[in-house]
Design a protein around this ligand. Sequence first.
Ligand code: MSP
Length: 525
Amino acid sequence: MSEKYYITTPIYYPSGKFHIGTAYTTTLANTIKKYRQMRGYDAYLLTGLDEHGQKIQDVAISRGKTPQDHVDEMADVAKKLWAKMKIDYDDFIRTTDKRHEKIVEQIFEKFMKNGDIYKGEYEGWYCVPCETYFTPTQLVDGKCPDCGREVKKMKEEAYFFNMKKYQDRLIKFYEENPNFIEPAFRKNELFNNFIKPGLEDLCVTRTTFDWGIKVKGDEKHVIYVWLDALTNYITALGYMSDDETKFNKYWPADLQIVGKDIIRFHGIYWPIFLMALDLPMPKKLFAHGWIMMKDGKMSKSKGNVIYPETLIERYGLDATKYFLLKELSVGQDGLFTPEGFVERFNSDLCNDLGNLLNRTIGMINKYFKGEIPSKPQNLTDLDIELENFVNNKIEHVEKEMDEVHVSNSLEEIWQIISRTNKYIDETMPWILYKEEKVEELKNVMYHLVENLRKIAILIRPYMEETSPKMFNQLGMSDTELMTWDSMKEYPEYKNNLRVVEKGEPLFIRLDLDEEIEFLKNEMNK
Ligand code: MSP
């Protein structure tokens, strides 16, 4: 039986249309799933929506809808987007699902029974028109940071989770599992700024709105979103339900992907909730950076938002995914600019990858009437050097992907592409042809095809549409030639394979000015 690999994305707030930032998290998770599947794992991907809370209630009201109608619509929007992006999730959890609400109630009761949750008083600065509490540091000149009006010091009855009780256990956990959070600098930030100085108990209920799961027997209290939201990772697997098969199989999660802004919730509260439930910890929490725009965060009011649908419809799914995955290097922020997008499209996809395939197909047609030469008997020093280079790079790709360094892994793949392009310049097949050095020419063509075959395998987790196009042009339909393990060797192709007569460009070069103009307009819509 294959080893399991459970991956989760955060559950998104369905407050508005999903921009490329949200699409990034999901794409990253999907890419890791595809990679793990190719490596033989039983990979399971969970995503979903975080549908309760004041913000959602407000958005629904402003749209003249009930919160339930609003979130139902948004769930459709999300599912349509993931279908368009070919996100292969195994389950889609919504916090309004009965299966989730029921278990959250039970978890709350369990915490109460064990003395982890107690009833106390919440005190803060309250803005009446905004119906929101703020801490003193959140206030701007002593006023509401959202509307600028006066705030009042208020107290209300609320339930608290006793975080302090778990402080020592949490510190010990981090000491024993120094690699729990990747990248390390995010862990250090969290540990030094939030864990070491001492935890505060967390207020886990509200009485200022009612769109949420009610506390049983004390219905004016609504369970506040983080306790409701974080538990999705286990309620979706059927934890505490009549059927815990999936939970027993997949928990603990192998990889939980989150954005840097929510690492605090996943790195402190979530492990503590799990400790309180006596459940094992996830194996890894990966915190990625943000996609930024030239003028900072994406926001509708700034007119700098770009939606995934816009890019997919105009440039294709793979180009969109490639850009996102490449742009954010390990845990760092990345930048979306129209110039950056178009330049990367033209240079990495058209010039490097597309041309390599096109040139190779063209040469095999011209020199061997489309027939791919068989494996050469004698290798030159250059071939040996090339093969070693490629084998070594494949190992690097694996290592980077195992650590969720997706951008780095793409970098390694593109080095194979560049090296192969350089191999054409070094071997100068057109001279070999002219001088009728047939064996040498066959040797070169075999190596070009073989590298392209490996590239098509390597890019599959990231670019699921381009990979089959490449195999198709190379005339390969035998799935044995498409597996990850098949990269371990330079095979003799079983049948006499033929490349297509005329290769279609994988990516068509973009006009820089025209596309920049187009993207700028889209961002201002
Ligand atoms: N609902 C909570 C998560 C609960 S998980 C138990 C939430 N939702 S969110 O919709 O605001 O954000 C979801 C994810 O999208 C976060 O991981 C966040 O970092 C990510 N992103 C939002 N904007 C982003 C960018 N501009 N770039 C990259 N990721 C971004 O937080």
